[in-house]
Design a protein around this ligand. Structure first.
Ligand code: HEC
Ligand code: HEC
Length: 428
């Protein structure tokens, strides 16, 4: 990594179709990014920060350079994202919360972050070793709320689901931040494929693989990038998925109710054999608009010590998976089109050994997890997929499998390098 980063004298204003170019930007760009304290560090020679985006909007704000129409879409989308749904609007019969914002809020009042709300998945291993998501028991995702008594056509009481005794795998998933995900949505599949090839060639021991998942709107398999397992290909699809699976609101791509504890017989109170979905697609579109136009986390102040830490980050192999920079493809939204951005993730799956959660999604095995993006990490109280870590130290020391070598190198750092690395992470 350090060898590649030495050759950063290529101008980043040229897209040149190369992931390598974005990757070599490594952490040097960090030195030039405007910070939210208003202090701008002197640019390093040979770097061009012009394509870097969104480094200045505060948490929960839209991109700075939107058109009036786009701003209106952002605001309408944000309202829908915050809207609390009621039973007569389709909430339930089982659900997790009544609005997206109930889980996706913070830091402070910033809409789109995380409250740290955790949800539960379960499953079991079949005798042939394959994973059974136990859909007949309501798996793999638990909906821990129900709408209570329903009298229409009969008396039903829907309560929250519980993990069935038959389950052998139980995993917690913490809510992620959504800041800047429009940029991730705008990265072409090929760029992730090329990044995986680049990793296989330059750092085979830590190389990631793309999750391949079905894109319902496109009608074909695509590179997944959203969720802890990169199990969803687009923000649009995640919106429909979450509307159904978090809130119980059916919508065009997810028309079937989530059956309480897997028992679809309980849904017979519904008068129509195939009712129109609760949402005609306009709600899903609004969530997508909001998340697409939501700016990435603003960078914190970067001191000289933090700059030193960015070097440590690359040197001990963190940047092999936590890819500092990616480039978006061409999209209709100018603010997102052809931009270099710094998520500190390759959005690829890595075998994390014992840290894996045992759940299989798409081609992601039980041991594989998507590299967690580190932008905004300084604001987070709980880390890792299940929120088990309460400090950066603890999160790093829990890395296993393909992350073990970097973990060991972190553990072996002297006080100065270790502190510098933590200061750097706290600037993200
Ligand atoms: C009960 C809490 C909860 C609610 C309500 C909720 N989410 Fe989430 N959200 C989560 C959790 C937990 C994850 C991580 C899921 C996983 O990977 O298994 C997540 C992940 C996401 C992601 C993927 C982000 C990434 O890091 O890749 C998107 C997009 C998203 N949610 C959008 C929404 C939208 C839109 C709504 C409302 C329709 C919503 N969520 C409602 C808890 C919630
Ligand atoms: C082999 C790829 C790989 C390497 C190398 C790696 N990480 Fe990670 N990192 C991951 C994955 C995957 C996760 C998510 C794991 C989980 O949630 O269980 C993660 C999670 C994290 C988190 C928690 C983020 C969050 O949102 O919860 C931090 C902090 C982190 N890594 C820092 C580091 C640092 C610092 C290094 C270098 C010492 C490093 N990582 C090396 C893949 C890697």
């Amino acid at each position: 990594m350090s060898q590649r980063s030495r050759s950063t004298n290529t101008s980043l204003s040229h897209r040149s179709g190369s992931v390598a170019l974005a990757a070599i930007a490594v952490v040097w760009l960090a030195a030039c990014a405007p910070t939210d304290s208003g202090v701008t560090s002197p640019p390093l020679p040979g770097t061009d920060v012009a394509p870097l985006v969104g480094m200045t909007a505060a948490f929960g704000e839209p991109f700075r350079n939107l058109t009036a129409d786009q701003l209106a879409l952002f605001t309408a989308g944000k309202d829908e994202f915050a809207a609390v749904e009621a039973v007569d609007e389709g909430l339930g019969p089982v659900f997790n919360e009544a609005s997206c914002q109930t889980c996706h809020l913070g830091p402070g009042t910033a809409v789109g972050g995380t409250t740290g709300r955790v949800e539960t998945r379960f499953g079991r291993t079949r005798s042939d070793g394959t994973f059974d998501p136990m859909t007949e028991f309501g798996g793999s995702l638990i909906q821990d709320h129900g709408i209570g008594p329903v009298t229409e056509g009969g008396a039903f009481t829907f309560v929250g689901e519980v993990v069935p005794q038959e389950a052998t795998v139980i995993a917690q998933r913490i809510t992620t931040q959504l800041f800047g995900l429009g940029l991730v949505d705008a990265v072409p599949d090929d760029e992730f494929r090329q990044l995986a090839q680049l990793e296989a060639a330059t750092s085979p021991a830590t190389a990631g693989t793309p999750n391949m998942v079905f894109d319902i709107a496109a009608g074909r398999t695509r590179v997944g990038r959203f969720g802890w397992k990169a199990q969803v290909p687009t923000l649009h699809q995640f919106s429909g998925d979450a509307y159904l699976n978090e809130m119980g609101i059916t919508n065009p791509e997810f028309p079937d109710e989530s059956c309480p504890q897997g028992d679809c017989g309980l849904l017979i109170h519904n008068p129509l054999p195939s009712p129109p979905p609760n949402d005609d697609g306009s709600g899903v579109k609004k969530f997508t608009d909001f998340m697409t136009l939501l700016a990435p986390p603003p960078r914190g102040a970067l001191s000289l010590q933090g700059l030193e830490g960015s070097g440590v980050f690359a040197l001990i192999g963190c940047a092999n998976c936590h890819t500092p920079a990616l480039v978006t493809g061409s999209t209709p939204v100018a603010a997102l089109s052809g931009k270099v951005f710094q998520p500190f993730s390759d959005f690829l799956l890595h075998d994390m050994g014992g840290l894996g959660d045992g759940i299989v999604q798409g081609v992601a095995t039980g041991r594989q997890i998507r590299t967690a993006p580190l932008w905004g990490v300084r604001t987070r109280a709980r880390l890792l997929h299940d929120g088990r870590a309460t400090s950066l130290d603890a999160a790093i020391l829990a890395h296993d499998g393909q992350g073990k070598r970097a973990r060991d190198r972190f553990a072996g750092l002297g006080v100065r390098a270790r502190n510098a690395l933590l200061v750097f992470l706290n600037s993200l």
